[in-house]
Design a protein around this ligand. Structure first.
Ligand SMILES: N[C@@H](CCC(=O)N[C@@H](CS)C(=O)NCC(=O)O)C(=O)O
Length: 225
């Protein structure tokens, strides 16, 4: 019996990230987008007691939540070194997952919600600055390397890609990307990788940033970058 991956909708980035890891680890998963009726069901509510998607249900009916934990669980089922090929590499993989959950996710959500007018754009600049700090540290780590950890793809690349690709699609335009060639080459490699296209579709990186109302770009009153 397949594992069941519950997610908000077909475009759910955290869910799709888990799907990519499942594919790399040859784990069969059934993707379920619960209907409102299903979500209101008492048994389903008990299963989703933590309140968030994605959530993975094992064939035995046990549940694990938090996308990074789901990714690591699925990655450990792989014969490839998706979690890193030494104790040190495994620590580095965890380091990137922690960075992406604690330092990247907040600014990213702020940028997305501000861009689409669902939140005041007052913190947009600071969020972008915070996100760019992480991209700068990635730029240094990726010097002469194809992957964030070791010499092959790990969960760190898969998880961090979601954050970076959303920023490259919305806020960090072609001229900014030229200033981080290592991260851009890394992101291009993953964006066009068949496994990512299968689960994320054909992601496009923006030529020009899509700015929230009230925020001007390079040609405006302040320099965005
Ligand atoms: N840290 C969590 C974040 C989960 C999260 O915020 N999920 C949101 C969608 S991105 C969600 O489930 N929203 C709908 C709901 O709460 O029912 C993870 O990585 O899984």
């Amino acid at each position: 019996m397949a594992f069941k991956l519950y997610q908000t909708d077909a475009t759910h980035g955290l869910g799709n990230t888990c799907q990519v890891v499942a594919d790399f680890s040859n784990t069969e998963i059934e993707v379920i987008i619960p209907t409102e009726d299903q979500k209101a069901d008492k048994d389903f509510k008990a299963k989703k007691a933590h309140g968030k998607f994605p959530m993975l249900e094992t064939p035995e009916g046990d549940v694990v939540f938090e996308s990074n934990a789901i990714c690591m669980f699925l990655a450990r089922r792989s014969s490839d070194s998706l979690i890193g090929s030494s104790a040190f590499e495994q620590a580095q993989v965890e380091q990137w997952l922690d960075i992406s959950a604690t330092q990247f996710f907040g600014p990213l959500v702020d940028i997305i919600y501000s861009t689409f007018g669902q939140r005041s754009s007052s913190s947009y600049r600071n969020s972008l600055k915070d996100a760019k700090k992480i991209i700068s540290s990635m730029e240094a780590k990726l010097e002469g390397k194809k992957f964030l950890v070791g010499s092959s793809l790990t969960v760190a690349d898969i998880v961090v890609f979601l954050r970076v690709s959303l920023l490259f699609s919305l806020a960090l335009d072609a001229s900014y990307r030229k200033s981080v060639p290592n991260v851009t080459a890394w992101a291009e490699g993953l964006r066009t990788h068949a496994a990512f296209v299968k689960r994320f579709g054909h992601i496009k990186f923006c030529e020009q940033a899509i700015l929230p109302e009230g925020v001007s770009g390079q040609s405006g009153s302040y320099k965005l970058y």
